[in-house]
Design a protein around this ligand. Structure first.
Ligand code: UDP
Length: 323
């Protein structure tokens, strides 16, 4: 098949493209290289099967041309990372909602099946454990910038599902939970690459809040496996599906594990949220995915645990930082 991956030069996108090429597909990447980078594509051996188009998902004529040639579209292009979202709220909202509108419109015209990568952020500050796909989303006030990301991604979901209901365009929405692995940068705030780099450099390892908040981290290879399976499962059309890992750890526990695995002498530094993100920041205390639907529709079961993730990230960061 000929497959278009928007955001294909990003962290998850580059792993997806690598796997699609290994399966023998022809891959077009559309990426504006804002948070994605050519470095992510260095190890990809695509030859003539891989084409990189540097441009924006908001560029309707370019999207039209690429979608017209595609048999399937993975739409990953999106602003990403709490740090970036807080610092650049206009870009966050416009690129997410605007880009998805353009790509879906083109897919609808060409009847090209479409997959949207959404996020566990859309559950907002809901307190259910675990989060199931049909649970309410609980957003904070519009004056708190973090929620603009959740709302924008939720609007993308509404739009994709609307195309399915109104036009029977085959769409699938996946909500990714804290995906981690090699090539993820700490630049946009993500905790594991950040803390691993701090530990390897011998700098203080920064835990925000009181460190009792928890997350469930997923190895990027588990996510990519599910993304590859979805086109072959028509029962995923018109569906929203959580993808993640339900092994939960506190951020303080994570920081301690990183210090153990790296053998780092770095001290722990507890930083109040206000100092880390500015006044009025809201965090989620727990975020655990319910994976029953993914198991039922796709036979999805995450294979790699937290230690596998940390080993892979530490090995890659050591190589890059030459430490
Ligand atoms: N976090 C932290 N230190 C950092 C970066 C993040 O303690 O250097 C915390 C952050 O406040 C949150 C958790 O780690 O509670 C996960 O943060 P991340 O930005 O990776 O993902 P998200 O908040 O979107 O789950």
């Amino acid at each position: 098949m000929r497959i278009l991956v928007t955001g294909g030069a990003g962290f998850i996108g580059s792993h997806l493209c690598q796997a699609l090429l290994a399966q023998g597909h022809q891959v077009d990447i559309l990426d504006d290289l804002s948070t994605g980078s050519l470095v992510n594509l260095e190890g990809l051996r695509g030859g003539r099967s891989l084409s990189l188009h540097v441009g924006s998902v908001n560029d309707a004529p370019l999207v039209e041309e690429l979608v017209s040639r595609a048999d399937y579209v993975y739409h990953l292009a999106s602003a990403v990372g709490v740090r970036l979202i807080i610092d650049q709220p206009v870009r966050t909202i416009e690129s997410i909602v605007g880009g998805t509108t353009v790509v879906l419109d083109a897919c609808n015209r060409h009847r090209t099946p479409f997959l949207l990568t959404s996020t566990s952020e859309v559950y907002g500050k809901g307190s259910r454990v675990p989060f199931c796909e049909e649970d309410d989303t609980v957003m904070g006030p519009t004056s708190t910038r973090r929620w603009s990301y959740a709302c924008a991604k939720a609007l993308d979901e509404f739009l994709a599902l609307a195309y399915w209901v109104e036009n029977r365009l085959p769409v699938t929405v996946v909500r990714l939970f804290n995906t981690v692995g090699p090539r993820q940068t700490g630049q946009y705030g993500m905790v594991i690459p950040n803390l691993v780099e701090q530990a390897l450099r011998g700098e203080p390892v920064t835990v925000y809040g009181d460190g009792t908040q928890t997350r469930c981290f997923t190895h990027v290879s588990d996510i990519v496996g599910a993304l590859l399976d979805i086109p072959g499962h028509p029962e995923t059309r018109g569906q929203v599906i959580n993808l993640g890992n339900d092994q939960e750890i506190s951020i303080l526990g994570l920081a301690r594990r990183i210090l153990e695995i790296t053998g780092s002498p770095s001290p722990l530094r507890i930083i109040p949220y206000d100092e880390a993100y500015g006044p009025g920041f809201e965090d989620m205390h727990r975020r655990v995915p319910c994976l029953e639907k993914a198991a039922r529709l796709l036979g999805y079961h995450p294979r790699r645990g937290l230690d596998d993730i940390l080993r892979d990230v530490v090995e890659e960061k050591r190589r890059r930082l030459a430490l």
